[in-house]
Design a protein around this ligand. Structure first.
Ligand code: AP5
Ligand code: MG
Length: 215
């Protein structure tokens, strides 16, 4: 099963992709995570992407298209994948269609996670993750069971993203509305767009997604 989770910054794409990976045995492909790994490694790609990401703007279409195409060819994607943060522009969506056709693959579901803009700033500025295993948390909405200790690996060091500040969030949201929201009619016209209420509690959104994907 190959799916796209579409939604603004902080909609819950990454949070829900983790649940879907376990539930459906498919792989999360987050272009944001891949780019952050490139930045952390100090590679040429990372150096190119760093300033753009920190400003909340989008890196070039050609760069992410090639990154995703190579990643989909890896053996762990054979059972299917969840695209998280890609495609993000109409040219990326068009390139994805061509890429999948070339690989003999197809999209099964495109799911929009609907969240009000007002909720997103709180979600993003409160987000942090385990420095060891990457498990995601939130100051208010997703708290570790034991304070200061990661539920998944027991790690005690946590980190926040460089682009998770109120100022950059505004640019990221503006980019979403200008560049990414136009993808919605693209998939609507193809009859594969569905939606979940991303304003609901995390567990509730998971249940909505499970119901939709199991149908
Ligand atoms: P990326 O990493 O994709 O960031 P984003 O799209 O801005 O999305 P986020 O990761 O911020 O949000 P999310 O939906 O995953 O939310 P999460 O589940 O963490 O991209 C970063 C940058 O990389 C871009 O700005 C761009 O520069 C570049 N880039 C990436 N892909 C690109 C592409 N294709 N083309 C060009 N450039 C690209 O949830 C957020 C918080 O809310 C968490 O703390 C969570 O605990 C909490 N939460 C989640 N769900 C709920 C809920 N239902 N109720 C309450 N709290 C919740
Ligand atoms: Mg994410």
């Amino acid at each position: 099963m190959n799916i796209i989770l579409l939604g603004p910054p902080g909609a819950g794409k990454g949070t829900q992709a983790k649940f879907l990976e376990d539930r459906f045995r498919i792989i999360q492909l987050s272009t944001g995570d891949m780019l952050r790994a490139a930045v952390a490694s100090g590679s040429a790609l990372g150096q190119q992407a760093k300033a753009i990401m920190n400003a909340g703007k989008l890196v070039s279409d050609s760069l992410v298209i090639q990154m995703i195409s190579e990643r989909i060819d890896q053996p762990d994607c054979q059972n299917g994948f969840i695209l998280d943060g890609f495609p993000r522009t109409v040219p990326q969506a068009e390139a994805l269609d061509r890429m999948l056709a070339d690989k003999g693959l197809r999209l099964d579901h495109v799911i929009e996670m609907k969240v009000d803009d007002e909720a997103l700033v709180d979600r993003i500025t409160g987000r942090y993750s385990c420095a060891k295993c990457g498990a995601g948390y939130h100051d208010l909405f997703q708290i570790p069971k034991v304070a200061g200790c990661c539920d998944s690996c027991g790690g005690t060091a946590f980190k926040r993203r460089a682009d998770d500040n109120a100022e950059t969030v505004k640019t990221r949201l503006a980019q979403y509305h200008a560049q990414t929201a136009p993808i919605l009619p693209y998939y609507q016209d193809r009859g594969i767009l569905k939606a979940v209420d991303g304003m609901a509690a995390i567990d509730d959104v998971t249940r909505q997604l499970e119901a939709l994907l199991a149908a």
